[in-house]
Design a binder for this molecule. Structure first.
Ligand code: NAP
Length: 247
């Protein structure tokens, strides 16, 4: 039996990478899934088609989650379409890597705006309906690099560390409404974001991973589905999916 039959889900940044894998994995468990993207309409449509082929409802929602009005309109669109939002996966994220000495204001602000402020905008729009129905599963995708030092990623680390802290307070405040809030913290995962890292550096990184390989988006999605489907009494926690790279 599918574990998420009758549930509705929204995955931000679901046109590619980890978000795409989460959207498909949730759909395979029977959830109807809203696929958010920012600009890559073609890739988002392909994900939507794959979900339709699984026999579940899908909604395509374009929005820049870093723009408050767009983020909130997106959540409203999902609730208007399906009457409720049960599972929210705050996945969309960006990098603008530069060493701290070269880090310009724009690169700092863009990353914080998308990764941290965007997570707040979407979550705050989703909460009232969840509270009203006394049910919600919110899963925020943070990062191993929000837990440890990461050269060239002061902006990104700060945003992901912020997501972890935000998750804990949200979990505390929402627990009495049967809304769980957790983070999944991927290590290095093979996506477009990761392929931006030069090959030589990728090899050096791999050597530091105890399991000797990078993660796949599908392996991150498994943790997300677990929290959505079976994490009834888990809140304010973090699941590290990183091949042992940070213990
Ligand atoms: P990716 O392959 O670069 O995909 C990013 C996704 O986010 C795309 O769907 C993109 O949409 C969307 N997006 C970007 N900015 C957006 C915005 N402002 N509004 C709405 N959507 C936006 O990234 P990924 O590697 O799958 O990463 C997904 C999440 O995992 C991110 O939060 C990332 O920080 C985190 N993470 C990744 C790794 C890794 O090694 N890959 C490790 C740890 C954590 P478009 O296609 O329309 O551009």
């Amino acid at each position: 039996m599918s574990r998420l039959n009758g549930k509705t889900a929204l995955v931000t940044g679901a046109s590619r990478g980890i978000g795409r894998a989460c959207a498909l994995a949730l759909a395979r468990e029977g959830a109807t899934v809203a696929v958010n993207y920012q600009s890559n309409e073609q890739r988002a449509k392909e994900v939507a088609d794959e979900i339709t082929a699984l026999g579940v409802d899908v909604l395509l929602v374009r929005a820049d989650i870093g723009v408050a009005d767009e983020a909130r309109a997106m959540v409203k669109k999902v609730i208007d379409a399906w009457g409720k939002l049960d599972v929210l996966v705050n996945n969309a994220g960006i990098t603008r890597d530069k060493s701290l000495r070269k880090l310009d204001d724009e690169s700092w602000l863009q990353v914080i705006q998308t990764n941290l402020n965007g997570c707040f905008f979407v979550t705050s729009a989703a909460i009232p309906g969840m509270v009203e129905r006394n049910f919600g599963r919110i899963i925020n995708i943070s990062s191993m690099n929000g837990q440890i030092a990461a050269y060239g990623q002061a902006n990104y680390s700060a945003s992901k560390g912020g997501v972890i802290a935000f998750t804990k307070t949200a979990a505390l405040e929402l627990a009495k409404s049967n809304i769980t809030v957790n983070t999944v913290a991927p290590g290095f995962t093979e996506t477009d974001m990761f392929s931006g890292i030069p090959e030589k550096i990728q090899e050096q990184i791999k050597q530091r991973i105890p399991m000797g390989r990078f993660g796949s988006p599908e392996e991150i999605a498994k943790a997300v589905v677990f929290l959505a489907a079976d994490g009834d009494y888990i809140t304010g926690q973090q699941i590290n999916v990183n091949g042992g790279a940070y213990m």
